[in-house]
Design a binder for this molecule. Structure first.
Ligand code: F6P
Length: 464
């Protein structure tokens, strides 16, 4: 079998137990730890002066190759174009999207730096699978260095409709560089459709068939590949975690109250202020929940040097404090708001004893917390997933209680419905969701993408 080279900005920490909330690194690790390959990306280190060395090490079947970033690269590429331009734009937050030629140049420079570091390691029949919006021009840069092998790209975030995308002054260059890949994968059908619509409307592309498009002189395979979780592994781990001392401590601290849980990176795309409002509304409209239900929101800070992230953190602190001030009793605090990350094992135990998993992003590529929450439930007494229609996961997880996060009263109503849902209905919904997660688990996601990639390159005649 050909060697597989996985490329992503964030490379998973070696110690899995310490994993942070980022979905990509957790999913990619779960997908590749058994099949092996080389995982190339940023080391997570910012150094005073650019380092010449690529650090390499082995962990299990995976070899790692990582590169440090200089302070300037970090600011222009990571904080700048990736997280102040593409991230808000791809999440439909034009109001927060900044654009500058300086950060775009930094973005291209770092993609070039990464490509030049990977280039000497690459062998002609290696397959390259690149992940996420940080690395859109990566294949184009490798192609310019003479590499011709199959290269695939998977976008973990949403892809915006053309009307939004064209606000980016350099949208054409960005999309043209995406077309240097052989396979371009999206989370959902609507992301795929948005991309193909752009290609047809703005780049006079020709749709060859359901999956193939001829654009900028190349044939690409374009499809949706909804990312997932290691379902069987989570089921096993959650059963054990449900009996852990920490889970028991949490249960004891609740004193028979129901728990609603939310776990998200502290990001404005996650709809956290709206979620707190909805919980507030629950306590207002359904007063029987006062002193009966606790909401625990775990929100580890992320990208904390970007102004919008500083702002949202302040806003949430004020909101949580306000609701707690209004409703707390001497023996009950309605919201436990935690700005820290927990090990995966702890989270699985917490999910298992939560009556409701509350996942209400305003826009999200997939949202793996939704899938993990479901897979971690006790099938005999499962909790209820309350899920935003704007998470990619909603396209598959129709048996969740699907909500519109902007509709505060509607979310409160669904919370009430989840809290009072009879056991038979909870079991039925859980079973339906588990069927989907057992079929489309992380191995299925990886295998489908690699199958498409291994058929590359594609020719306009239709044959591989
Ligand atoms: O797609 C979501 C994502 O941006 C991943 O690329 C990333 O690993 C994760 O969120 C966490 O973000 P960051 O790497 O900026 O901490």
């Amino acid at each position: 079998m050909n060697r597989l080279i996985v490329v992503s900005n964030r490379v998973a920490p070696i110690n899995e137990g310490k994993s942070a909330a980022g979905g990509l690194a957790v999913a990619v690790l779960a997908a590749f730890k058994r099949v092996g390959g080389i995982w190339f990306g940023w080391s997570g280190e910012v150094v005073g002066s650019p380092q010449q060395e690529t650090k390499t090490f082995q962990s299990g079947r995976l070899s790692y190759a990582t590169v440090d970033l200089s302070q300037r690269d970090y600011e222009e590429y990571y904080n700048g174009f990736a997280n102040s331009t593409l991230w808000p734009l791809f999440h439909y937050r034009l109001d927060l999207t900044e654009f500058s030629r300086r950060t775009f140049a930094g973005y291209l420079r770092v993609n070039g730096l990464f490509a030049s570091r990977l280039s000497p390691i690459l062998e002609p029949d290696d397959m390259v699978w690149v992940h996420d919006y940080h690395l859109i021009p990566f294949a184009e840069q490798l192609r310019q260095m003479g590499h011709e092998q199959p290269m695939g790209f998977f976008l973990h975030t949403p892809f915006p409709v053309p009307e939004i995308l064209v606000s980016l002054p350099n949208h054409e260059a960005m999309v043209r560089s995406l077309c240097a890949y052989d396979v371009v994968g999206f989370q959902t059908e609507s992301d795929r459709r948005a991309f193909v619509t752009y290609l047809v409307q703005e780049a006079r592309a020709e749709v060859i068939d359901e999956k193939r498009v001829l654009a900028f002189g190349r044939v690409l395979h374009v499809d949706s590949f909804p990312i997932s979780v290691d379902t069987a592994e989570i089921e096993k781990q959650a059963e054990v975690a449900g009996r852990s001392r920490q889970t028991a401590q949490l249960r004891e601290s609740l004193s028979d109250r129901d728990l609603i849980i939310g776990v998200d990176r502290l990001d404005y795309s996650k709809g956290l202020p709206q979620r707190l409002e909805a919980f507030h509304q629950l306590l207002e409209s359904y007063a029987e929940n006062r002193n009966r239900v606790t909401f625990m929101q775990i929100a580890p800070p992320t990208r904390s040097e970007v102004q919008e992230y500083i702002d949202i953190r302040r806003e949430l602190e004020a909101k949580a404090g306000h609701i707690n001030g209004a409703f707390a009793e001497f023996d009950w605090v309605p919201i436990r708001y935690l700005n820290k990350s927990f090990s995966r094992r702890s989270l699985l135990g917490f999910y298992r004893i939560s009556r409701i998993g509350l996942v209400t992003p305003l826009r999200d590529g997939m949202n793996l917390v939704a899938k993990e929450y479901v897979a971690a439930q006790d099938p005999d007494d499962p909790g209820v997933l309350v899920l935003s229609r704007f998470a990619g996961a909603a396209a598959e997880m129709e048996s969740a209680l699907i909500v519109n996060p902007y509709d505060t009263e509607g979310v409160a109503e669904s919370l009430q419905r989840g809290l009072t849902m009879p056991l038979a209905e909870r079991r039925e919904r859980h079973q339906a969701l588990m069927e989907i997660l057992r079929h489309n688990d992380i191995d299925h996601w990886r295998d489908r993408f690699l199958e498409a990639l291994s058929a590359a390159p594609f020719r306009p005649s239709g044959q591989a």
